[in-house]
Design a binder for this molecule. Structure first.
Ligand code: 3PG
Length: 416
């Protein structure tokens, strides 16, 4: 895979694909966090310092995460502050306005395009959605309209490297490509960690991105990367239900409205094969008169829903964390944004911050929990990746890495 060291950039137009996907406050039209934008700044600065014209492509939310599916205008405002210079925003993805703005860009100038996922061909997350080959991705509207205007495609979107979508895997086939500095850092540091994780190695899988959690769980158990899995969030609810525990009407409703029922079978299969390695909550918290109520998982009232792990589980998970040498964390234990359901995530995150083992944290929610309950600096490594990180660590070759590698073979010449 090429890096930006392999290219001269003076006066070149760089199509820069980054991951600045962040939780959005829709009412106020602003981002809840800027951590992923900050992480991209060194690459953007370097491109501008090397006199490139920089065109930034990003996504925000998706058809699945509709509450975060939004214009990228708020990202422009943050970028202007962090880069301390104007950032053009043509309010278009690859239509005439966007292409005119790209053509008019001068060396050392930067512009941001609107959400690439406003284009249907980028939306490949639903199970029945398009699954395009790299070749097909190279012939999509986005790539066909923008590639002729650029000299080099630079990808810094490590956090989206598990997605096979045109803005991520299409350009590499039609123009020279390289990883940006952030991608390079993540790729090198995480490859090192993966080669020989110190044992015992524990994975914490929680949160609401259920398909990511189950995909990874299966993989790391099968490949014996993980010695133990600690579960929380919706993932734990599905496993508990599959183990025959009544998780309450509200949890079941959440599962069915999100179409997660198919994970009951997956859960039963995983529990059938790996019961000894998977830790399930022993106790849980639910809402009673707007307050936290807690008890054994068997005692969850039929009309309630599980919104957090209980104290006993938090203490048990903390002990397991202390006795692990490597811990990968993806996804909180419950709805920690609500004070009454923050206890489980708080206790587990405090244990993580205080342990001597190597802690590798990823995912927007997990980082937000670290910002809230401890110091992000207390973790050994903080990745911008969530699903991408965890898949990378489970040994999968991610589509974007495949595409960059393929692109490096296709465009193997000397560009300096
Ligand atoms: C993430 O937030 O993990 C990445 O930006 C990818 O987002 P996605 O899960 O919506 O594809």
């Amino acid at each position: 895979i090429h890096t930006i060291d392999d290219f001269t950039l003076d006066g070149k137009t760089v199509l820069y694909r980054a991951d600045m996907n962040q939780p959005v406050n829709r009412e106020e039209g602003r981002l809840e966090s800027c951590s992923r934008i900050r992480a991209c700044i060194p690459t953007i600065r370097e491109l501008l310092d090397r006199n490139a014209k920089v065109v930034i492509l990003i996504h925000q939310g998706s058809d699945i995460e509709y509450h975060n599916f939004f214009t990228t205008k708020p990202h422009r405002d943050v970028l202007e502050k962090l880069l301390e210079r104007p950032v053009g925003f043509p309010e278009d993805v690859c239509g005439p306005a966007a292409r005119d703005a790209v053509r008019q860009l001068q060396p050392g100038e930067v512009l941001l395009l609107d959400n690439v996922r406003f284009l249907a061909q980028e939306q490949t997350l639903f199970e029945n959605a398009l699954k395009l080959s790299f070749g097909e991705q190279a012939s999509t509207l986005l790539v066909e309209k923008l590639a002729p205007l650029g000299d080099l495609y630079v990808c810094d979107a490590f956090a989206a490297a598990h997605r096979s979508q045109p803005s991520l895997c299409g350009f590499e086939l039609v123009m020279p490509s390289a990883m940006g500095r952030l991608f390079e850092k993540e790729y090198c540091r995480l490859s090192e960690l993966m080669e020989s994780p110190k044992r015992p190695c524990t994975f914490i899988l929680g949160g609401a991105k259920v398909s990511d959690a189950f995909g990874v769980m299966e993989e790391v158990l099968r490949k014996k990367t993980a010695d133990r899995i600690l579960t929380g969030g919706v993932t734990a609810n599905l496993l508990l239900a599959a183990a025959g525990i009544s998780i309450g009407e509200k949890s079941r409703e959440y599962i069915s409205t999100h179409g997660y029922e198919r994970y009951y079978d997956v859960s039963r299969r995983l529990l059938g094969t790996y019961r000894d390695q998977i830790s399930l909550p022993l106790d849980a918290a639910w809402a009673e008169d707007g307050k936290r109520a807690e008890g054994e998982v068997k005692a969850v009232p039929s009309g309630a829903g599980i919104f957090d792990i209980g104290r006993e589980t938090a203490a048990e998970y903390s002990r397991m964390i202390q006795s692990s040498s490597t811990i990968f964390i993806n996804g909180p234990m419950g709805v920690f944004e609500r004070e009454e359901f923050s206890l489980g995530t708080r206790k587990v995150w405090e244990a993580l911050a205080g342990t001597g083992g190597e802690t590798i944290l990823g995912g927007g929610d997990s980082i937000a929990a670290a910002e809230r309950f401890c110091e992000v600096e207390q973790f050994s490594y903080v990745s911008t990746g969530g699903g991408a990180l965890i898949r990378f660590l489970s040994g999968e070759e991610l589509p974007v890495i495949q595409a960059l590698r393929y692109g490096a073979e296709l465009f193997a010449g000397d560009y300096n």
